[in-house]
Design a protein around this ligand. Sequence first.
Ligand code: GCO
Ligand code: MG
Length: 444
Amino acid sequence: MDRRDMLKALGLGTAVGALGIARAQDDVATNTLAQATKGLPPLKITNVKAILTAPQRIRLCVVKVETSEPGLYGLGCATFNQRPLPVAVAVDEYLAPFAKGRDVDNIEDMWQNAYTSSYWRNGPVLNNAMSGLDQALWDIKGKRANMPIYQLLGGKCRFAVDCYTHCSGNTPERVEQSVRQAMERGFRHIRIQCGGYGSPHLTKGAHFKDADFALPSDSTMETRPYVETTVEMFDRVRSACGASVELLHDIHERIPPLEAINLIKRLEPYRPFFIEDPFSPEDNGYFKLLRQQTSVPIAMGELFNNPHEWVGLMSERLIDFIRVHISQVGGLSVARKIATLGEWFNVRSAWHGPGDVSPVGHAANAHLDLAIWNFGIQEAVHFSDETREVFPGSPTVEKGYMYINEAPGFGVGIDEKLAAKFPLPEHPGYWKPVRRPDGTAVRP
Ligand code: GCO
Ligand code: MG
């Protein structure tokens, strides 16, 4: 046998050996996986239910998904403060029978089929219901993997979640004082509003009331006093609190589009971090005009339910921050895709995070915030002690940073007995009408 045959034999031997090893490794891997899945019978959904509670008199809805593994459950946020009952019915009467008996692991498949299970889709009630189911399945997957959700999303891109807080006051002076206090608490990003959205307290006359038109309980706002006071507020806060504090403001779609464009141009010298909801989703067509006239960063999206509302705005770089309310778009599975879309067009995240998002929803916001590169800022709110007792493990905020608790899943639990002690408020929750002095309805 000459040298080459020898080598060939050797090579072959090694190859066979390697093959043997590789095959052996494959066998082990397959067996482990088989063992892992075969060992543990496939995990089935055994129950899906909506839990309504209002520890801070805000109508929270959380979905609990129970599984065929005793004690293993997941929680997801389905909070729609203005319509909590239809969401609960959509969960209990439709998603529960739909999901029962299905595999817990296939989250995307569940989402796609639940999405079309109503034939008509992309609405606030059904999206919230789906979000509850979707987030709960992610929570379960994290618990099964014994990992916090951000780890399943690729790990941390930052040590914690930078947040903004809300500062308001009936006068620019009061707002300045509130901003100073927030800066002392360590916030670097602060949203400033003079009174409520559109500063209704500045309105002189609700003439429609004198004319006995509509209900006296309807509120009123006027564009001019709001616009002038907002400019004055920015001027005062910027000059009093310095150049370093990042200032945000929410127009909340309350004034005519061109008024919003003109207001934003007048705020440009004060270098806002972002101006939010200059227009209604129905007026998305105005963003091109706005972009042509100012380079003030724009945030939009808390009212979005349909991909048609965000895909164009993001892919044409007409906004800088996407503000969707994660449960209003159908859950974490959708929000992470929106985040990925944003990365390609450098649109950063600023997920909606007001009081009408449950602590589970805030945790979902924060886990996604930790894992994506194009994180912008996170809206943060204060949870009362009652809320923290109902939802143990709720995220915490310190010196302007939000922290999750590193436990598997979202890390937030629920005390159902305690939750039941905080029934929804009497008032059904509809958004109160706002009108111009002549009675014209104003959008949110
Ligand atoms: C925000 C929002 C909220 C909404 C509220 C509606 O930016 O936080 O505009 O304040 O108005 O969530 O229920
Ligand atoms: Mg807003």
